[in-house]
Design a protein around this ligand. Sequence first.
Ligand SMILES: Cc1cc2nc3c(=O)[nH]c(=O)nc-3n(C[C@H](O)[C@H](O)[C@H](O)COP(=O)(O)OP(=O)(O)OC[C@H]3O[C@@H](n4cnc5c(N)ncnc54)[C@H](O)[C@@H]3O)c2cc1C
Length: 449
Amino acid sequence: MITPITDPAILEGYLVDASNRPGRAELLFRPRSAEEVAEILAWCQKEAMPVTVTARRTSTTGAPVPDGGALLSTELLATIHSLTEVDGGVLLGEYQSYTEARGQLFPPDPTSRHECSVGGAIICNASGARSFLWGPTRGWVDAVELVTPTGEILKVDRTTPSPWPVPSWTEPAVKTAAGYFPATNLLDLVIGSEGTLGVVTRAHLRLVPAPAYVLGLFTWFPTRASMLGFLDEARGAGPRCIEYFDRRSLDLVRDRMPGVPEADSALFLEITHEDEEPPLEAWFDRLAHHGALLDATLVTTHDADRARLHAVRHALPAAVNEIIARNGTRKVGTDFAVPSAALPAMLDAYDQVPMEAVCFGHIGDSHLHLNLLPKTSAELERARELYGELARLALSLGGTVSAEHGIGRLKKAHLAAMVPAEVLAGWRRLKLAADPAWILGRGVMFDQA
Ligand SMILES: Cc1cc2nc3c(=O)[nH]c(=O)nc-3n(C[C@H](O)[C@H](O)[C@H](O)COP(=O)(O)OP(=O)(O)OC[C@H]3O[C@@H](n4cnc5c(N)ncnc54)[C@H](O)[C@@H]3O)c2cc1C
């Protein structure tokens, strides 16, 4: 077996993810092949040594940062073998640039795509803005090479039955990434399992031809009602993304984007089309009908302009993180999705939060990120209580406690509130069957007892 690294100075660099939840580890393995991964897992199983997969650590839930044991980094599993076959540790953005240079698109686009790995995106079933049209990562994975927690190397696709007992349950009818997917085939079970059922060392992915043209629209609304009216109509017209920015978000990006008007909110849409002539008239009619601020609306038909708008969207989480760093506290961010009929109620609840907050995100899927920005440790405590109240509201409206970021180590209580006790008990039996010493991703999603 490869020799683990034990130097605390090296290990320290692996013990932080985007949640900043502290952790610790004693060993670090950096395998170069599925065979090496298998050896490590078989050894950990024999020694009952907890082992946590760490990839690019963009998780917002503490999932890749353990409370002791070994780390298994996927950073050296990083080869793009062909257009559709790629190692788990490859940077997602690098893979997407590779396919796009060849006229093909891998649709999943988490905002973190230039920082996260392909394996991380699969195992967290990541989504992003374009999942409004194309769904989350799940639909774009045909097969994986999986190393099980006992060190078996399996080729897994949708014809592979789960060797472990899977309890049946019904997910909320919204975009969700909370808990094991209710599938009896091993591929769908593993996608979204947050590093608890095996290590994805290689993946076979599905692509679509890159669209000939993409129209980008950045548009502003004077009132909530006009925004919601337009949203309803826009959803039916098939854009590939509809992203939302509240007034405070607009204030945060004002210095990066000239000409941001005074408005209640903004939406950013991307519409794919095959003709050289973009379908502008129809979109402007819709905007005019719902009272959007037409004079300020930005239209882009070129990739470079669209990239600038994307940069603004991506600058938002960074701006939020800067505020938090200045405040010396931690961000408390929601990841709830609710049925579209419940979106106005959720927005009203977000408005009433008695703390500085910024709200933006994937409104096409009724999935918004409210970022609470506490200034003191007392406010941080209050922010966590507010988060709990909002989670209960999202559940009472038929939603999910995580639409894309997953449960990790931070949201286990909320998952337990979402899922019937017998389903949690069934997942524990499944996990024990897959991982008798409960070594892999221990402490993620739910605990042993
Ligand atoms: C600024 C920002 C924006 C984000 N935007 C989005 C977004 O739009 N949509 C979205 O869905 N998520 C988003 N995320 C969350 C995060 O980027 C994704 O969950 C991502 O898929 C994690 O990939 P990673 O390589 O960083 O994995 P890590 O953070 O290193 O690990 C995440 C989990 O996956 C496990 N894991 C990683 N690789 C493997 C593997 N090969 N085999 C088995 N287990 C593995 C780890 O053990 C851990 O449990 C965002 C995060 C940040 C910081």
